[in-house]
Design a protein around this ligand. Structure first.
Ligand SMILES: Cc1cc2nc3c(=O)[nH]c(=O)nc-3n(C[C@H](O)[C@H](O)[C@H](O)COP(=O)(O)O)c2cc1C
Length: 278
């Protein structure tokens, strides 16, 4: 792939006068993001164990995670890298996502306000009370770091999968990973070389997602059209998909999210990050 070189003038003190950066064309950027697939089956060693990433690839994706922008310079996140097979196996059970065992790399991406509290304590300051802020910016920082990591992995030819299934076993995960107060798992993230033929999955039409100046609720017809466009994402074993039904299974009354809600509230309370009543 060809790159053009742009010269940027550095504006921060102590930085070199110019930075070199490589830019890509709009078509290349679009093609890169079109190649994204969530992948759940990975190339493994012959015995089915995870195939390690070359050291420089691992270094690059971890570096990318830590280069993510961050609120208030605080870096309110932590990644727990899962290396031991028995820890991976327990995470499979707790998240009900089997590919945690076979991925080349697996992480638990956490909101983490523990470290900044330690910075305050070690430097003789008294931490304030801001549990809602902790969740807001902690999850934001965690997602930005995880997204950087996944994007870097995709640039290196890997694919991955976010795993919100951590919500199924939050309490057990906090125990297993010995997460102290102030640290809350957001999701797991697996990385590996794809061993599956994955479809390109649709997205909701842009006018319902990218709003111009004011929020667009969408007409009923636009919502129905969006459901039609999204239906293939819910297709299983060659059967036509029904995305509205899938959304119902997650988000309707007695859907999966209602089951997750009390577990998340309990974890927020346990980790000292609950700002509600009680
Ligand atoms: C926060 C988050 C949680 C997710 N949780 C799971 C999960 O628990 N298990 C899984 O197999 N896929 C999970 N996914 C992957 C989504 O199903 C996938 O991104 C979506 O179907 C769109 O497919 P695509 O990424 O291939 O375009 C998750 C994705 C995100 C961003």
């Amino acid at each position: 792939m060809l790159f053009s070189v742009a010269r940027l003038t550095a504006i921060l003190p102590g930085m070199p006068a110019t930075l070199s950066t490589r830019t890509q064309s709009a078509a290349e950027v679009t093609a890169f993001y079109d190649a994204h697939r969530t992948v759940r089956q990975y190339v493994t060693a012959e015995d089915g164990s995870p195939l390690p990433l070359p050291a420089d690839h691992l270094e690059a994706i971890l570096h990318a995670a830590q280069r993510a922008p961050t609120d208030a310079t605080a870096q309110l996140y932590s990644l727990v890298r899962l290396t031991r097979p028995e820890v991976r196996e327990q995470m499979v059970t707790l998240t009900t996502n089997a590919h945690i065992a076979t991925a080349s790399e697996a992480f638990v991406v956490c909101a983490d306000v523990r470290r900044v509290v330690r910075v305050l304590e070690v430097t003789g300051q008294t931490p304030g009370h801001w549990p809602a802020i902790a969740v807001h910016f902690g999850i934001g920082d965690a997602v930005m770091a995880g997204t950087n990591l996944l994007t870097a992995a995709e640039m290196l030819g890997y694919q991955g999968c976010w795993i919100g299934g951590v919500m199924n076993g939050l309490d057990g995960i906090i125990d297993l990973l010995e997460l102290p107060p102030g640290v809350l798992p957001f999701a797991a993230l697996t990385i590996g070389r794809s061993a599956e033929d994955t479809p390109h999955r649709p997205r909701v039409p842009r006018p319902l997602v990218i709003h111009t100046d004011t929020y667009n609720n969408g007409t009923d017809e636009e919502i129905r059209d969006a459901v039609d466009i999204m239906n293939p994402i819910a297709s299983r074993k060659g059967q036509p998909g029904d995305w509205a039904r899938l959304m119902g299974a997650y988000f309707a009354v007695e859907g999966g999210m209602e089951g997750r809600e009390p577990r998340l509230v309990a974890a927020l309370k346990r980790q000292g990050m609950w700002s509600g009543e009680g």
